[in-house]
Every structure is written in C-alpha cells, then in structure tokens.
Design a protein around this ligand. Structure first.
Ligand SMILES: NC(=O)c1ccc[n+]([C@@H]2O[C@H](COP(=O)([O-])OP(=O)(O)OC[C@H]3O[C@@H](n4cnc5c(N)ncnc54)[C@H](O)[C@@H]3O)[C@@H](O)[C@H]2O)c1
Length: 369
C-alpha cells in the first residue's frame, strides 16, 4: 500500500477523497453526475495506478490531465483504491430547482428534518437522511424513493455528537453519491430548566448535540465540498444550520438550549469567513416554533401536554388553550412549518452574494435589530 493511502487509513478512506475530485472533473454536458464506489478492481473505461502515486495530489494531477484528453468515461478504476462508476444525476421529480444536488439532512427522521428532507426531494435533490434513529430514517427514505425513484434518498445512521460517526457518515455519502452540495445541520435536542433544576449532565448533553456537533458536521462535511470547489470553477456549496429564534433572543428557563443556539451563530459566522475561499456559503435559519411537529404535538410527551400538566400557562384547561397562548405571541398568528424553513434554505442555496447570516422565519415574532 502506498504511503498516502496508508496515511488516510486504507483504500475506502482514500476513495472518499478521490470521488469528489472525479465528480468535478468528469461532469456530464448538462451538469454534475453521481458516483458510486466499490472496492472491486474490475476493468473500467479509464484506469490509473493510485498505489504508484506518491500523494493524493499526484493522482489528482493525472486525473485532471485525463479529463482534458479523454472521452467522458462511464467508469474509472484506480488501482489500490477501487472502481468508481458514474450515474446520471437527478430523480423522478419534475422540479428542476435542486436537480442533481446531493444534500444531507441530519436528524431527518422526524420533525423539521423530515419535512425539510421531503421538500428538498420534491425540489429534485438527492437527499441523505442521517439520524440516530435509523429505522425511522429508513421508513422516510422508503416513502421518498417510492415517489421519486430508488436513488432519490438514502438513510444512514449517525450520532452527530460522535466524531468517528460523523466522519464515517461524510465518507459514506461521498462513496454513495460522489460528493456533497448542501449540508443541512438540523439534528438538535432541547432540555429546558432554570438554574436550580439544570444538571451539568443535561447542560453538556444539549451543548454537545446543538453546538459541538455543528463543528463536527462542518469539519467533515466541508471536506468533499472543498475538493469539488478545487476542481470545478462553477461549484458553490452550502452549509445551513437549523438554529432557532432562541439563538437570537434569550429564553427563560431554557438557557442550555438558547446558549447552544447563540453559540451556533458564532460558529456560522466564523465558518462563513473561513470557507468563503472554498466557495462554501454558511448560513443559519432561525425558525419559530413548529407546533404541528412531534416536539410540541406528541400526544404523550409533547410540549403542549407537558406545559398543560405543569400549569405553565395560567388558566389553560386544554392543549388548545396552551396553543392559543403561544400562537398569540406571533404577529402572523401561525407556527413555522418545514416548508417555511425550506423556502429559507432555498434562498441560501440560490442566492450567490450572502454568507454568515442568521435568517429568522418566525412569523414576525423575532425581528432583527
Ligand atoms: N420544533 C420546534 O418548534 C423548533 C423550533 C426552532 C428550532 N428548532 C430546531 O429544529 C431542529 C429540529 O427540531 P425538531 O423539533 O424537528 O426535533 P425532533 O426532536 O422532532 O427531531 C430531531 C431528530 O434528530 C434526531 N437526533 C437527535 N439527536 C441526534 C444525534 N445525536 N445524532 C443524530 N440524530 C439525532 C432524532 O432522532 C430526531 O429524528 C433542531 O435543531 C431544533 O433546535 C425546532
């Protein structure tokens, strides 16, 4: 095994830094293609000896040279790494808006993430739904694929708070689709409580999943994006953090959550400055409450039931009273839906002159100062 492959810890890991380069170097006339990697070494349209190269950069140079000289290949063998097969990008969705884009939604098995994943698929994107709850993610993926075709969506297991798990996830995406164009960092948790109730354990749990995990997904998710940008002058990638209105204004007895979301905006602004040279925009969306989602509406452990039972809303006798209390604080008198959030994601992706912003989607409840 050559040194650079060994340094990257083997053929599969090395393949994950080659697939995005191939995706950028060998696009179809009408746009990006997808790439599927396998460890087999059977013959292909173009062949290279990866093990004979001194470094990944040496291999990239040879691939770049070939891309200017060869007919568009359907498959490429890199000896020492494996075989890369190209596939036309795009799904059965007739909507061309995100056609061919590879997107990832963390925490996409339910709630906002599920709704965002469904909207992105409807807009023509390929969607990876990555979640702790793989079984639920698989059932969402099955229903998306039934509608838009078998390579429209893919379910993968991840714990966004675990570095190895996040690294594996990003590599799996690259090896299954060839790269990544839109990363939606949505997985999040909430543990409310004032200073007297909050334990260090709960505080650190919320901080890890809402704040630290955003660092991890951005670190490993930006890697394939950087490689694509390096070899495709038209590339532009997006990282979008699903933040919260509680990232813009403090939240009474909910400081673990609000603090983690405020911190998220600091990361968004800093990553935006760093990644601008890699043509990756980084923005946050700050939704208001999604009252129809499971966090609020779950009949057993949803916040409506919890707040009713805890007497948090004075005079409330039913779940509807609690709903009225909260919705009356919103000038537009409605909660925030996954479609509302996806429209803001679309804005982030389609515009080409803004990065590092935190965009409220709150029906007027939170206004920027
Ligand atoms: N629901 C709201 O009213 C609301 C409002 C503003 C912002 N948000 C934000 O939107 C995002 C989604 O919230 P939601 O209410 O839809 O949540 P939810 O609890 O309904 O769903 C969260 C999903 O994330 C997954 N998840 C949790 N921990 C994970 C981990 N460590 N690794 C991988 N997956 C994990 C869960 O399995 C679940 O599928 C969060 O970032 C939240 O802070 C929610």
């Amino acid at each position: 095994m050559s040194n650079w492959i060994e340094q990257l810890e083997g053929a599969k890991r090395a393949a994950a830094v080659v697939a995005p380069v191939l995706r950028s170097l060998f696009p179809a006339a009408d746009g990006q293609r997808l790439i599927i990697y396998s460890e087999t070494e059977s013959s292909a349209d173009l062949e290279f000896d990866g093990a004979a190269c001194e470094s990944a950069d040496e291999l990239y140079t040879k691939l770049a040279q070939a891309s200017t000289e060869s007919e568009l290949p359907e498959s490429i063998l890199v000896k020492g790494l494996g075989r890369f097969v190209f596939k036309a990008a795009g799904t059965k969705s007739a909507n061309p808006r995100l056609r061919g884009k590879v997107s990832l939604v963390t925490g996409g098995a339910q709630g906002f993430g599920e709704g965002i994943a469904r909207e992105l698929a409807a807009a023509g994107a390929h969607v990876v739904i990555a979640d702790l709850n793989l079984e639920l993610a698989q059932s969402v993926v099955a229903s998306i694929n039934e509608q838009y075709g078998e390579n429209a969506a893919l379910a993968l297991s991840v714990n966004v708070g675990d570095e190895d798990s996040v690294r594996d996830l990003m590599e799996e995406i690259t090896l299954n689709y060839g790269g990544l164009d839109l990363l939606v960092s949505n997985a999040g948790v909430l543990k409310a409580g004032g200073l007297e109730e909050m334990t260090l354990k709960s505080f650190e749990f919320v901080t890890r999943i809402n704040y630290t995990a955003f660092f991890l997904v951005s670190k490993y998710g930006s890697r394939p994006m950087k490689l694509q940008a390096r070899f495709d002058k038209n590339y532009m990638g997006d990282i979008v953090q699903i933040n919260s209105k509680s990232g813009l204004e403090g939240s009474n007895k909910n400081f673990a959550y609000a603090g983690s979301k405020f911190g998220g905006i600091g990361l968004v602004q800093s990553f935006a400055k760093e990644l601008v040279e890699d043509k990756i925009k980084v923005n946050a969306i700050c939704p208001g409450n999604y009252y129809e989602g499971p966090l609020w509406s779950d009949p057993e452990k949803g916040l409506f039931v919890q707040y009713l039972e805890a007497g948090k809303v004075p005079g409330a006798k039913t779940v509807e009273d609690v709903y009225e209390f909260y919705v009356s604080k919103v000038p537009m008198r409605k909660g925030c839906s996954p479609l509302d959030v996806t429209r803001a994601i679309m804005y982030c992706v389609e515009q080409q002159n803004e990065t590092g912003q935190a965009i409220p989607v709150t029906g007027g409840q939170t206004m920027l100062k």
